[in-house]
Design a protein around this ligand. Structure first.
Ligand SMILES: Cc1cc2nc3c(=O)[nH]c(=O)nc-3n(C[C@H](O)[C@H](O)[C@H](O)COP(=O)(O)O)c2cc1C
Length: 142
């Protein structure tokens, strides 16, 4: 079975309450479990950054659903492709809201311009959002 991944960023349409985020994550995780989709969703300064991985057809279908979801706008596809093995096999959708303070700790600046980082970055060896992800993983395992 071919495995595929997709990552994108988008802007949250409106601030969601803690309760609506919990309900949203519950639904997303239940559906992902059924479809064997795994991944990570970050919320950083009003922007979602999501990475999903799973069987090719399911990823294509869910990405289509996500694209039509009014809870966010201005989706920008960051990367997609084939996978040999899953990166986040235990997570039906890990979620992390990254605070401004954490952004400063990671980037050294409170203003994180994700568009600049993703779309205009010439430095491919150092990717701040990957650092966010790795730091997040470390906090889970420590
Ligand atoms: C930022 C964001 C991330 C989402 N991630 C997923 C996801 O990983 N899996 C999923 O099934 N739905 C995800 N959704 C929800 C889908 O857009 C959609 O509401 C859901 O798949 C239900 O679609 P359906 O009613 O057509 O089954 C996400 C929505 C948003 C706004």
């Amino acid at each position: 079975m071919a495995l595929k991944f997709v990552s994108y960023m988008s802007s949250q349409s409106r601030v969601m309450s803690k309760k609506s985020i919990e309900e949203f994550l519950f639904q997303v995780r239940e559906k992902n479990k059924l479809l064997t989709i795994t991944g990570v969703l970050l919320l950083i300064q009003g922007k979602f950054v999501q990475y999903i991985e799973g069987p090719e057809e399911e990823i294509t279908d869910v990405y289509e659903s996500i694209s039509n979801d009014h809870r966010h706008t201005d989706m920008i596809l960051l990367d997609s492709g084939d996978l040999e093995e899953r990166q986040f096999k235990d997570w039906s959708m890990a979620y992390k809201e990254v605070s401004d303070k954490q952004v400063k700790g990671i980037i050294g600046d409170e203003e994180l311009n994700l568009e600049d980082i993703f779309l205009n970055s010439k430095d491919h060896d150092y990717h701040p959002v990957l650092k966010v992800l790795y730091d997040f993983v470390k906090t889970l395992s420590s």
